[in-house]
Design a protein around this ligand. Structure first.
Ligand code: HEM
Length: 210
């Protein structure tokens, strides 16, 4: 019998393409790129990302299979966000319902390395790719005074973002994944995009009432 070996990373990219296109044109991103994102929306989003990264780190650390792909550059990201918030004069606040739902989902899938990988993919490769464009745009939107508050986006102590993504993909491909696991990873990555969409929507509505 002829077995077709799917590439996990190619499948992840192909099967989240629509979700990625959609999140790129989310009103949060549109307002950011127009230089019109309310500061309160950015702060709310940073606050929500703190528990999300804590939950992601925790779930990955407890999963021997999924944690092998986690380079030091991608661990402990919540601490950077807390530092950035402090520079902005903000505390870590209280997570929104959307952030709580995201953390609950991470907890639900903690025993499934394929699903955890889908989450790690969405956040980590997103930070290493589009996150770099977003950092430059934040500096344009809020002025030079926020440059020191962008440590979350800064991977320079660990090498270039491109090299880190290449390494992530190589590590992820080194593990052998069954077709069913690849399906679950892609399914969960799409779910992670949707959870991220909710975070963005929540941060815009919180800015309206702020
Ligand atoms: C307007 C905002 C965004 C822009 C401009 C953007 C841009 C990009 C670009 C240019 C790449 C390709 C990089 C490369 O091929 O090396 C990329 C990849 C990626 N982005 Fe975004 N992105 C945005 C938002 C997001 C968000 C909010 C997420 C998830 C939370 C995300 C997740 C990803 C992922 C997972 C990849 C890796 C795709 C792959 O190669 O498999 N992006 N993004």
């Amino acid at each position: 019998m002829h077995m077709v070996q799917l590439s996990l990373c190619k499948e992840l990219r192909a099967r989240t393409k629509t979700a990625h296109n959609e999140i790129e044109s989310h009103p949060y991103m549109v307002q950011l790129f127009r230089g019109r994102l309310p500061r309160a929306a950015w702060v709310c989003h940073l606050r929500d990302l703190v528990p999300v990264y804590e939950a992601l780190d925790q779930a990955l650390a407890a999963s021997p299979r999924a944690s092998t792909i986690l380079s030091p550059a991608l661990r402990g990201r919540a601490a950077h966000i807390v530092e950035d918030l402090a520079i902005l004069g903000e505390d870590r606040g209280c997570p929104s319902d959307a952030a709580r739902a995201y953390c609950e989902r991470l907890d639900e899938v903690r025993k499934d390395p394929a699903r955890l990988l889908g989450h790690a993919y969405t956040r980590h490769l997103g930070d290493l790719a589009g996150g770099q464009v977003i950092a430059r745009t934040l500096a344009r939107c809020f002025g030079d005074s926020v440059r020191d508050a962008l440590s979350f986006h800064d991977f320079s102590p660990h090498g270039s973002p491109r090299a880190l993504s290449t390494q992530w993909r190589a590590e992820a491909e080194r593990i052998s994944w069954t077709t069913e696991e690849i399906d679950r990873a892609c399914d969960e990555a799409r779910r992670a995009f949707s959870l991220n969409t909710s975070l963005l929507t929540t941060s815009l509505s919180s800015a309206l009432v702020a």
